[in-house]
Design a protein around this ligand. Sequence first.
Ligand SMILES: [Zn+2]
Length: 279
Amino acid sequence: MMEPDDPLSRAHSVVHRLLHEHFADLMRGEPIDVAIGRRAARRLASVKRGPSGPVITVNPLLLLPGLPPEVLEATIAHELCHIVHGFGTANRTMGLQPHRGGIVDAELNRRGLKNTAQVAKDWCRSQWGTWYAAHAPDLVAARERRNEDAEAAWKTFLAQPRMRSLEDIQRLAASAAALAGCEPLGGVRWLYATPRNRCLSYRSTREDVILVHGLAAHPGVPEHVILYQLALWLHRKASRHGRDWQEVSTAILSRDRIEQAQRWMRRQWTAFMRKHLPV
Ligand SMILES: [Zn+2]
């Protein structure tokens, strides 16, 4: 049988085949529709409720010729599993998290799609970046431009008078470590944060470095809030040697200050971010 040429028909035929071979139970439910979404770097597909039933929206970069068929199959099968679990259907999902406890992978395994999913996963891990760059060079260039703009905006922001310098933060980190008798943090660096970065600090997954949100340079962020963040990371490191949070944090900050820092983050941080974020 010839595979249909146009992308939407190809997606339809994959849905059709998967329904027959692995999801026969879904054929008794509402009809499942397919739509082509936007090209995207992360989202391969999604499912939502349409006027007559679930609609699976597919990233068009998965519908280009040359992609291993397992990738499209596994992507659509993944969404069909969500439908099995009630997402995109009239059945209530009661606010459940769609990927809780690996239920999608379990469902794929149960339906004999373990190998397909594995092939797709391996391909995505090693090839998706290249595929995306080759087929969406304009999006890659736009993202680079946005990154450059953001970096420039942050550099201007951090260079303003009265801002804390990175050295100031490093000094706070060193004195906090000394006060708590902890091994010092590996390093501290500014995070040129985006609106997605909701936290005041992060730990780099690649190196032993704490990334501090650029807004922590602003004098409107109280020093005890920064010390509190540093205490969290120092404790995280020291907890491996059995140090507990109470002991580490109160060596660095008084109990009042700890409470004030927690309150500031709970009540002020989001609004502060909204007001001052330079990007
Ligand atoms: Zn999913």
